[in-house]
Design a binder for this molecule. Sequence first.
Ligand code: GTP
Ligand code: SPV
Ligand code: MN
Length: 587
Amino acid sequence: MSALAGSSLDSLNQWVARVAALTQPDAVHWCDGSDAENEALTAAMQADGTLIKLNEQTHPGSWLHRSDPEDVARVEHLTFVCTSDRDDAGPNNHWMAPADGHAKMDALFQGCMRGRTMYVIPYCMGPIDSPLSRCGVEITDSRYVVANMRIMTRMGAPALARIEREGNFVKGLHSTGELDPDRRFIMHFPEELEIKSYGSGYGGNALLGKKCHALRIASHQARSEGWLAEHMLILGLENPQGETHYIAAAFPSACGKTNLAMLIPPEGYLKDGWKVTTVGDDICWMRPGSDGRLYAINPEAGFFGVAPGTSKKSNPNALASIQSNTIFTNVGLTADNQPWWEGLDEGEPVTDWRGEPYDAAKRPAAHPNSRFTVSARQCPSYSQESENPVGVPISAIVFGGRRPSLVPLVFEARDWTHGVLIGAAMGSETTAAATGAVGVMRRDPMAMKPFCGYNFADYFSHWLDFDNGRNQLPKVFHVNWFRRGEQGDFLWPGFGENLRVLEWMIGRVNGTAGAVETPIGNLPTASDLNLEGVELSTEAMEKLFGFERAGWQQEFASIGEYLEEYGPRMPQALKGEQQRIAAQLQE
Ligand code: GTP
Ligand code: SPV
Ligand code: MN
């Protein structure tokens, strides 16, 4: 495909020309998203070792990519939001003045594509014909990025046509550069709808449609346009009466979104006719419809999922999805070239993710943040509603994190303001999805700590504003699949069994399920949930369904301190809610 002429594409053509002049590639290729293009790119990557062919009998059309060992996760300490006013980025972001950010990045990009081809990738986040969707163009010198963007977004000619019609799009410039961690930055310019990413070829650092566009830039845009861009899965839950409720859930990175989105109900539920369908597993854009309900789309077209822990037992739908046409990044290999990771439950690794002979004493076979990239359509639970330009109406919003202590299995917010506080107060243990220590507790409001493109105080205000008397807002819940016992074991079986909790939520939405009021919200008793066939110890029952007043007093003091860190910009309604609950906890 060549650059199209036409007035609305002038800005695109001019930008591409400017970038080419700066980066000096040998060639410029406009991606059309065709099969022929993908085959040519894949062949070139096989030839230069970027992709390793997997066993064609067991995994047709699938590939292994090994990234640089120093480039295996998002880099939050090198991620910046560049707004004219520092306070607009907020204490939740690293900030640089836009002019300084551009200067820093342009110096890195200077001549960086010499000897390489520059790829221009037009893409659409969301169904091509949806008013909720937004377009972008990523320029990159990485063929691996092109191949992943082709799976993760609606990439190529139809997106370019929409950009031509609409005129505006997000500009993303990416180069793998030297892969030097000291020359690596992920820079966002939300006021200019622009992203510049240098020095990493990995996931959220490099596939700019994902976290950079669909969360950091989009959240900023959503605030001014009256919608929400969230780090949430979207699932459809169909009950035996054939009624479907859609649920959106925000869990931090590597805390269970993909798994919940693809849930297969336990035996008894299956027999009764319960069914879960998958609309999205990572990102959700939603906006009130004319009836006041929130309608959500998944801006993505594929899954960039965590490989370790994925098995027939834990997530059969994910495993079925990745039997063909999948790119695996940083997994191990079996003797007959099948992909392998910890928790797979079958096969034996012989080669680890760095390409060395597997030695359990040295390192795991798969990197803990190894991933699969696959089209959403390959998932057995894929929902046709993923293509609905209107989106799906959301009945419940769920927040959750990895909380080894204190936080019970599930509780319900009393109202929207309380729900926003529950989201704002979220905490979770860090995971391998970002570089840095793993297992450290931190506040991760609405699972957006690494992804909110503006000041959290303004973000919470924006959330509160949806309660305007006209909207029919979803019920809000908090879950914790990760509560541990004295022995350090998980007390709740999780995975498919999480359906029991979803059933209770829908019961609350329909007014049929019971709960007990406590200062932190409405908790089910063990008998409000269907626990038939689940073995829970006495300790598990107490910790999953109990309310620990003394611990919550401390937790609320800490939440109060956290809200204060944002100063006067933090909405009074949220601080008032925190104070009201803190006072009740003292009674
Ligand atoms: P990102 O793609 O990084 O945003 O992650 P995610 O939120 O989609 O997390 P994912 O579903 O991939 O799960 C991450 C890890 O948590 C995997 O190792 C899972 O096996 C594990 N996990 C998911 N659900 C559960 C659960 O219900 N219980 C327990 N104990 N572990 C779970
Ligand atoms: C996450 O870290 O939340 C992910 C993976 O979904 S990445 O694309 O690297 O952001
Ligand atoms: Mn994610």
